[in-house]
Design a protein around this ligand. Structure first.
Ligand code: BT5
Length: 300
């Protein structure tokens, strides 16, 4: 992968890189890009998913950069771009993702599931949610849940809080860039919005970002491999069932805020074969929702 224009430096101090603020926050050491590459990148074009792991000190948005590289033909399937700091982190629908430098993991992965029918590609962000939740519960020892479609929730003082978000963007015909933001060591006073949380606030046994990133990327590789082998079929790959088991939205009374100022209130009863949330309304209608924001109202 070519280095994205506008991105600055390898924070672990590659040749010729500025190292001045490398250890400026001792509680938040930099990622070790060489060790990450050694652990994750496939050798000689065989085996695993990842072809390159690039860590930059600072950029606007890793999703923006990786989409641009993919469109120019400068990034392959399995390219991973990680930033220690994002100055214009993106959420869905033009929203923003903000977090202090090195307080979390901010990264993007390019996927090209060419042999999977495009109608199944909508599962990629849900698949990523499952992979992130599985990887983090292994490596951080924190219970996580998914809020449909793909917010990662942790429990802080008995409250559900958002500790991670996922943004999938098409890179033209070049594939899909999956962006992942995870709050690792954010303290209460650093949270960008009151509904946010972090692994540290949820009592994580480890907030060492290198093993957390490795665990999440390995888990993504596993789930992506399983899904591709099943031709993208969410049921045959076990994805639909695993997603439902980890989804805190199911069984809850929710309000779905839909595009065009419409909303639907009811019980979230299922995630269907297209990854849509099925809401049973009071009038006995089962309404599948494919896009929108969900508010968890109360347990049923
Ligand atoms: C998301 O959007 O949650 C997707 C976030 C994806 C971020 C990653 S970081 C690496 C990659 N590069 C990028 O530029 N983006 C991706 P959405 O569901 O729209 O939620 C956005 C909303 O979450 C904001 O409007 C805030 O309310 C809230 N928010 C912003 N920063 C947050 C944080 N650090 N923790 C929790 N909530 C946050």
């Amino acid at each position: 992968m070519t280095k994205p224009p506008g991105a600055q430096g390898d924070p672990s101090g590659g040749p010729g890189e500025p190292r001045s603020d490398r250890w400026s926050d001792l509680g938040r050491p930099p990622l070790n890009s060489a060790a990450l590459r050694r652990a994750l990148v496939r050798e000689g074009g065989h085996g695993g998913l990842y072809c390159d792991v690039e860590v930059v000190q600072r950029t606007g948005s890793t999703n923006h950069d990786l989409v641009q590289l993919a469109l120019k033909g400068d990034a392959e399937e399995g390219a991973v771009l990680v930033a220690e700091e994002q100055t214009a982190g993106r959420g869905r629908l033009d929203r923003v993702w903000t977090a202090p430098p090195r307080s979390g993991l901010f990264f993007s992965v390019l996927l090209k599931p060419t042999e999977v029918p495009v109608r199944h590609w909508g599962w990629l962000p849900l698949l990523t949610g499952v992979a992130v939740a599985t990887g983090l519960s292994r490596a951080a020892g924190v219970d996580t849940a998914l809020k449909w479609p793909n917010d990662l929730l942790v429990t802080v003082g008995g409250e559900e809080r958002k500790a991670g978000g996922i943004l999938a963007e098409r890179a033209g015909s070049e594939g899909v860039v999956i962006g992942i933001g995870i709050n690792v060591s954010l303290r209460e006073e650093e949270l960008p919005v009151p509904a946010a949380g972090s692994l540290a606030l949820a009592g994580a046994v480890s907030t060492d970002r290198d093993p957390l990133l490795r665990a999440v990327l390995r888990s993504l590789e596993e789930w992506y491999g399983r899904w591709r082998e099943a031709g993208g079929d969410p049921s045959a790959s076990g994805l639909q069932e695993t997603y439902a088991a980890g989804c805190a939205t199911l069984g809850r009374t929710v309000r779905a805020e839909l595009p065009g100022d419409r909303s639907v209130v009811g019980e979230a009863v299922a995630v269907d074969g297209d990854g849509r949330l099925v809401i049973a309304t009071e009038d006995g209608v089962q309404e599948p929702v494919g896009a929108g924001d969900i508010v968890h109202l109360r347990p049923v």
